[in-house]
Design a protein around this ligand. Structure first.
Ligand SMILES: Nc1nc2c(ncn2[C@@H]2O[C@H](COP(=O)(O)OP(=O)(O)OP(=O)(O)O)[C@@H](O)[C@H]2O)c(=O)[nH]1
Ligand SMILES: [Mg+2]
Length: 312
């Protein structure tokens, strides 16, 4: 069985910084998620294959380790979604990685791409033997039933609407929109089961919870944006400094701390309080939101090199 484990992520993610583990832990596991996990297990018997949607910007953190246990031996593949917001080079590296461990994957921009050709091809190829069996029993044209799973806000319902070519599933840019499992039939041989996004009860590391917060998988109301922006800027200084300086028109001086950089961005943008100091809450939200929506460019925060213990 495949899984990228988050266990002891302090060791699994390189360049870990102890500071990250001192911050207040973020955890978000509302009641409907616990219910969803139970329902996913029940409904697994009804489907032929599982499509796990992950966020191409954070392939490790957006992979719920519990989903591996729920799916168990069911045929499955991975969709690296929001590929339009991710670094193309890194997305290709992730696909090569999945290929090397025999996990089929596709990358998608569910807003712009026509998802059906790739989706159809990958399902048919994985289920080739099963489909041949159906044919030999005279079951020609039997629908392939696909369960779509993933963490909140990753684009599961957008994928369904893309595949059905209609706005049938509810979509919004905040996590926790889909609340129940819901079937969607389409004419070209598929039945799709949309499911609510699920996280897991306790994140093992702050890096995972921060990554989920940067990309919008965690409910806004529980986030401390100043803390989130601090860690995001810190990551960007290390991994994508040019995107940071380019977007905000700032210079990065040696040994500049993230909070000084946030302050400078606030000054540049004129985001000030009545007293004339930088409104750090407001500028922090702006920075995180501009990252989320791709205004800082195509960025991937987790690379294949960050995986140490990856499957068993
Ligand atoms: N840029 C970009 N945005 C996307 C893509 N796919 C989905 N989105 C956006 O992501 C947000 C969340 O999409 P949903 O389809 O509601 O996500 P979900 O996984 O169903 O979320 P839950 O139902 O809360 O679990 C929406 O604003 C979508 O427009 C994509 O490929 N690229
Ligand atoms: Mg949804």
């Amino acid at each position: 069985m495949f899984c990228i484990t988050h266990k002891g992520s302090e060791n699994n993610i390189k360049n870990t910084d102890k500071e990250s583990f001192c911050a207040t832990p973020i955890n978000w596991f509302p009641g409907h998620m616990a219910k969803t996990v139970r329902k996913l297990k029940e409904d697994l018997n009804l489907v032929d294959i599982v499509a796990e949607v992950i966020d191409a910007r954070i392939p490790i953190s957006s992979k719920n380790p519990e989903i591996d246990f729920i799916i168990s031996k069911k045929p499955r593949f991975i969709i690296l979604n929001k590929a339009d917001l991710a670094d193309n080079f890194q997305t290709s590296a992730w696909q090569k990685y999945y290929n090397s461990i025999n996990i089929p994957s596709i990358k998608l921009n569910c807003i712009k791409d026509k998802a059906m050709p790739e989706f159809c091809k990958i399902c048919q190829s994985i289920l080739k033997d099963k489909i041949e069996k159906w044919h030999s029993k005279g079951m020609i044209g039997k629908n392939i039933k696909v369960m779509i799973v993933g963490v909140p806000n990753v684009g599961k319902s957008t994928l369904i609407n893309n595949l059905t070519k209609k706005k049938r599933a509810e979509v919004e840019n905040k996590p926790g929109i889909t609340r129940i499992n819901q079937w969607f039939s389409i004419n070209n041989g598929f039945e799709l089961l949309d499911t609510p996004g699920v996280l897991w009860p306790k994140f093992e590391s702050q890096i995972v919870s921060q990554n989920l917060a940067f990309t919008g998988a965690i409910k806004d109301a529980i986030l401390d944006y100043e803390d989130i922006a601090f860690h995001l800027v810190k990551k960007l200084i290390k991994k994508y400094p040019d995107n940071l300086t380019g977007r905000f028109d700032i210079n990065l001086l040696n040994s500049q701390e993230p909070d000084t950089i946030i302050e400078n961005i606030g000054k540049k943008r004129g985001i000030l309080t009545r007293g004339g100091s930088v409104n750090t809450e407001k500028i922090s939200r702006i920075i995180v939101n501009e990252f989320k929506t791709g205004k800082l460019g195509k960025i991937t925060l987790e690379s294949v090199d960050d995986v140490i213990e990856n499957y068993r």
